[in-house]
Design a protein around this ligand. Structure first.
Ligand code: ADE
Length: 253
């Protein structure tokens, strides 16, 4: 049985979206993973298939009703479904590379996408959904966040990318940003490639890349740098579940 993603959304047309192209799209065609989308509207109430209502306590926007969402969940999740249920929300815990790695070795995911002001909190609690955010900014809904989360998991599935990329990922599992990359021409618009990269001295190249990775991390991501230093002092790798591990993914198309 292939890795199985189920999406609950008011906008099923957003899927597979970008995941229908490139590596994920090929893998979908090849049956390495499976996607089904369910329209939350189908579980709406009355003639108008209402899914939301005004918030108790007042305020702007609309809130998705717990009974509607619970009905949809019951329809798509069999009692023995072992897949984690994730609700995409800016209130959630930040997504990390460690999350993607953990989920990618499981049976798949059920992703719940909210619109409006979000979901009634009671159905989040009652369903045992894990609340996940893809970053400290507000999207118009959970759908683009679900695409990001899925992409991060899918590229880790066996056979989706080449073995070389997975190996690269392993070797950078130390919480640093990647070093910069260069290819031909060796000089372009008056800019030369760092000479060490043309030296053929592999130890020197390794040292240069390491220094560049450390400089970039120190300057751009003091949070990751602090975690990296703490891990180094303790003679261990950074905490697997820290944001640091997000920065370790070096491979990409
Ligand atoms: N929905 C709206 N914004 C989001 C975010 N940053 N992460 C996850 N889901 C969201």
């Amino acid at each position: 049985m292939s890795w199985h993603a189920t999406i609950l959304t008011l906008f099923p047309a957003m899927f597979p979206g970008p995941l229908g192209a490139s590596l994920a799209g090929r893998a979908l065609e090849d049956g390495l993973w499976r996607l089904d989308t369910h329209d939350l509207r189908a579980h709406g109430l009355g003639r108008h298939r209402t899914v939301d209502d005004t918030p108790f306590g007042g305020g702007a926007g609309m809130v998705m009703r717990p009974d509607v969402v619970a009905g949809a969940l019951a329809a798509v999740r069999a009692p023995d479904d072992a897949r984690p249920l994730i609700y995409l929300t800016p209130r959630g815990k930040l997504l990390t590379q460690a999350d993607a790695a953990r989920w990618s070795v499981g049976p798949g995911l059920v992703l719940l996408c909210g619109r409006y002001e979000g979901l009634d909190q009671r159905v989040i609690e009652a369903s045992g959904a894990e609340e996940i955010s893809v970053g400290d900014y507000v999207l118009s809904g959970g759908e683009p966040a679900a695409l990001v989360l899925l992409d991060a998991c899918l590229r880790l599935l066996p056979g989706v990318m080449g073995g070389a990329e997975s190996a690269t990922e392993e070797s950078f599992a130390d919480g640093l940003l990647e070093y910069p990359h260069y290819t031909r021409p060796a000089e372009w618009q008056g800019r030369a490639v760092p000479p060490v990269l043309l030296s053929g001295d592999h130890a020197a190249i390794r040292a240069w890349r390491r220094a560049e990775a450390e400089d970039a991390t120190r300057q751009r991501r003091p949070d990751l740098w602090a975690a990296h230093l703490a891990a180094r002092m303790a003679g261990r790798r950074p905490p697997v579940d820290s944001a640091a591990s997000v920065a370790t993914a070096s491979a990409g198309p």
